[in-house]
Design a protein around this ligand. Structure first.
Ligand SMILES: [Zn+2]
Length: 64
């Protein structure tokens, strides 16, 4: 089995470079900061969409 290099599996989630154990899970302090900033700004930009989707879209039953 070949395990391809999946993004996020062993690389920095910010720039996808190989991560450093020192800055786990990031590759550098800079990327850790970038991610933190994303979180902070994301906190103020949460879209007002409820999680439960009450839309009952059944699959097509294939009937003519
Ligand atoms: Zn990085």
């Amino acid at each position: 089995m070949v395990s391809a290099s999946k993004p996020g599996a062993g690389s920095c989630p910010v720039c996808a470079k190989p991560r450093d154990t020192k800055f786990k899970p990031f590759c550098s302090k800079r990327c850790a900061d970038v991610d933190l900033n994303r979180w902070l700004s994301g906190n103020y930009a949460i879209p007002a969409s409820p999680d439960d989707d009450a839309q009952d879209s059944g699959e097509a039953d294939g009937k003519p």
